[in-house]
Design a binder for this molecule. Structure first.
Ligand code: HEC
Length: 174
């Protein structure tokens, strides 16, 4: 009996390890203290009722200076907020016509490590970046990450980062 359970436990561990390998990204602790906020604003379509805040770690900022691919060890944390909505479900806008962040919906993370993207097919692989998303409480969200990679894939010439020009701007100001 004990043996069967032990075997099942080992198999379960192996299966989940294999499945989880491509999303082997941890949410950094205290990123609001240790990372630099380099962008915040309304999210692009189709995320019309969201706002975002993007944070970069020191490695990302330092290596963004040259304009080319970022160095291994780079991390970007992207906070996604639900915007404040009016009675019709449309975003309430501030004086600048910007949406107003209301509640944190999720936290997305991109991390670049040597060989990290190797498990993905070349058509969607984002170089050596790996992606993950976490609940506001910091729990890893188990989901299919292929759609994330697919949407970021066309941005190869800016190392798959939509907000790259803002990152470079923040980097050059340091
Ligand atoms: C439909 C396209 C699309 C999908 C799908 C998508 N993203 Fe993005 N992502 C964007 C855009 C566009 C931005 C820039 C902010 C904005 O305007 O929303 C962005 C920004 C980011 C950033 C900040 C760095 C950067 O690229 O500017 C991270 C990190 C990120 N996304 C991770 C993820 C993760 C993880 C997923 C899947 C859970 C995901 N994205 C799915 C389009 C997408």
């Amino acid at each position: 009996m004990g043996r069967i359970y032990a075997t099942a436990a080992v198999l379960g561990l192996l299966a989940s390890a294999a499945w989880a390998a491509p999303q082997d990204v941890k949410l950094p602790e205290n990123w609001r203290e240790t990372f630099v906020k380099y962008w915040e604003g309304d999210r692009a379509p189709p995320n019309d009722t969201q706002t975002g805040v993007a944070w970069a770690n020191r490695v990302a900022l330092e290596s963004a200076k040259g304009g080319g691919p970022l160095a291994y060890g780079s991390m970007i944390v992207f906070e996604v907020y639900k915007a404040k909505l009016d009675a019709e479900g449309k975003p309430v806008l501030d004086e600048q016509g910007r949406r107003i962040p209301d509640t944190l919906a999720l936290v997305a993370v991109m991390e670049k490590r040597e060989g990290a993207g190797a498990a993905w097919p070349e058509e969607i692989r984002n170089g050596d970046w790996e992606m993950a998303a976490f609940t506001p409480q910091g729990t890893f969200i188990e989901r299919d990450y292929a759609p994330c990679l697919e949407c970021h894939k066309p941005l190869e010439d800016q190392d798959y980062i939509f907000t790259r020009s803002f990152l470079d701007e923040a980097a050059s100001g340091r």
